[in-house]
Design a protein around this ligand. Structure first.
Ligand code: GDP
Ligand code: MN
Length: 516
């Protein structure tokens, strides 16, 4: 779920006819002071953090003058909520509250419809409001029932002259939630003021992750709920996911250091939700610390799995690479094997790796991995569905303990010598290179054989058999060809694939002496 800050949510409310307090967000105490000055005091200053009860934790303060705003903002901007440092405060005119109401909309999964909770109990303070909450089932298209809404409000302590405005606000919550495909929208409090207005004094809103792409106007960078601000690698991973809709790729960075007493930091690569969780449990029970959680599933392309592995292996300090998923996947497992084998070869994987490629075509997948990684300094072992996460976790632990490899240091990929001098053609997100000089008749024949019909033999050299346009989307097929040729000892095809932004991240992160 993508979460909006209070001020972002309020901007959407205002656009849809709500009255919200005048104000602005600031990321420095000085800016907060300036906003207070231009608004005129008194003001209220609130940390912009995704939590309830900011007031109770000292994150909401009232100020009579701009100097106090500056002073308090210093404190507020040094607060941390969960793993999130507070980076912004919202400075708003203080409104004269008469009654605090509350309205929230959520999607009720059981009812498969939005439900509005509405409290009209009055008074100020949550304690007084909590007692009397009404539930309004909504029609997914039309919203709450007007008659039910009017009846509720008419029976409440809301002043007669403000009842229409409160009803509009409730309908407004439904409309705004519908417009932006919110999963939840809460205004707490919705206030009536002594000067006879109905104002949204606070607002929290989450947008359905799968709807975020339809709402670029929201400026949401990562449509996922993280328990920390997005790390550089998470941003890259998200971009990869956005650029390639074949299967899904999820990457969350969890630890940059192993826990005390841990057997070490592990790059984790799951495939399929439930199986991934089980596998992660197994490897953690074995005494390892997970550096990241990754899932590539839903028939991911070899290119996507390759890029996922590149991201995972951009984390320093790993003692091993552990891949394990559902075990009974219906997707052809060898595509994942090709992606992994390519990444491991390019990075000359030096740490041990255990990969469980259970499911459809698992034998071929395991063979691909085994052959293609045979010459790597790190031991790479492939397993099948009958090998349980527990068994392979134990095997992984044994490999790590007998390995003398240094903890992983991220590095740039190696490329074959013919990159730059061989024949080449572009594909989406990269370039295919062919070692024309190093080719013999046998290599050419093999290349054609493993090219899914994309290459043909042109006098002992493989050349494109289709138009460049038709070849452009065949990154996974070319990766398969590259890996198969390497297996056969005739590596005359190489796919150069971009991982946009990764070089910059590595440049910042690689420790002196790392890489090769
Ligand atoms: P929360 O604690 O995170 O929910 O933050 P809110 O923005 O809801 O503020 C908490 C409480 O502070 C509200 O319930 C109000 O009682 C009070 N408050 C917030 N803004 C104002 C305001 O403009 N005027 C007055 N009088 N009280 C406010
Ligand atoms: Mn609130």
């Amino acid at each position: 779920m993508a979460r909006l800050h209070e001020y972002q949510a309020k901007a959407l409310l205002a656009k849809h006819g709500f009255i919200v307090p005048r104000g602005g967000a600031a990321s420095t105490p000085e800016k907060a002071g300036e906003i207070a000055k231009s608004l005129g005091c008194p003001v209220v200053v609130k940390i912009q953090a995704w939590t309830t009860g900011r007031k109770a934790m000292g994150g909401v303060v009232f100020a009579d003058n701009p100097e106090k705003v500056v002073e308090e903002s210093k404190r507020l901007l040094s607060m941390t909520v969960g793993n999130f440092p507070v980076t912004e405060v919202l400075v708003e005119e203080l409104v004269a509250i008469e009654q605090e109401l509350f309205v929230s909309l959520a999607l009720d999964d059981a009812a498969r419809a939005p439900v509005i909770l509405l409290s009209l109990a009055g008074g100020s303070g949550i304690e007084e409001r909590a007692g009397d909450v009404n539930r309004l089932a909504c029609d997914p298209k039309a919203g709450p029932d007007d008659v039910q809404l009017k009846t509720l409000i008419a029976a409440s302590s809301v002043k007669a002259e403000l009842q229409d405005a409160v009803a509009s606000a409730v309908r407004g919550v439904f409309e705004v939630a519908k417009t932006y495909e919110a999963r939840s929208l809460e205004i707490n409090p919705l206030v009536t003021t002594t000067d006879g207005r109905v104002i949204a004094a606070d607002c929290r809103m989450t947008i359905d992750d799968y709807a975020v792409f339809r709402h670029p106007e929201l400026g949401i960078e990562i449509a996922r709920e993280l328990d920390h601000p997005p790390a550089a690698l998470e941003r890259l991973a998200y971009d990869i996911e956005q650029a390639d809709h074949r299967g899904t790729f999820y990457f969350a960075q969890l630890n940059t250091k192993a826990d005390d007493g841990s057997k070490g930091l592990v790059g984790f690569h799951g495939a399929g939700g439930g199986g991934s969780m089980m596998s992660m449990d197994a490897i953690m029970s074995e005494g390892f610390t997970i550096a990241n959680f990754t899932d590539t599933s839903g028939n991911p392309s070899a290119a996507k799995v390759y890029r996922a592995a590149r991201i995972i292996l951009s984390q320093p300090g790993l003692v091993g690479y552990f891949g394990s998923g559902s075990g009974v996947a219906s997707q052809e497992q060898f595509w994942s094997a090709y992606g992994l084998a390519k990444a491991f070869w390019e990075l000359e994987l030096s740490i041990p790796s255990v990969i469980r490629l259970g499911g459809n075509s698992e034998d071929r997948a395991v063979d691909v991995l085994k052959d293609a990684c045979a010459d790597l300094p790190g031991k790479v072992e492939g397993y099948r569905k009958d090998d349980t996460p527990r068994t392979i976790s134990q095997r992984f632990a044994a490999l790590v303990s007998e390995s003398s490899a240094e903890p992983w240091s991220p590095r740039a990929p190696r490329t074959p010598a013919f990159v730059g001098s061989g024949a080449s053609f572009p594909i989406n997100g990269g370039t295919v290179w062919i070692d024309t000089a190093g080719c013999d008749a046998y290599a050419a024949r093999l290349a054609v054989e493993h090219s899914s019909g994309l290459l043909k033999d042109d006098g002992g050299v493989p050349v494109l058999a289709v138009s460049e346009q038709d070849a452009a989307g065949k990154d996974s097929e070319f990766i398969a060809c590259e890996v198969e040729l390497r297996r056969a000892g005739k590596p005359v095809v190489y796919v150069e694939l971009d991982v946009p932004g990764l070089e910059e991240v590595l440049d910042c992160a690689v420790t002196i002496g790392g890489g090769n």
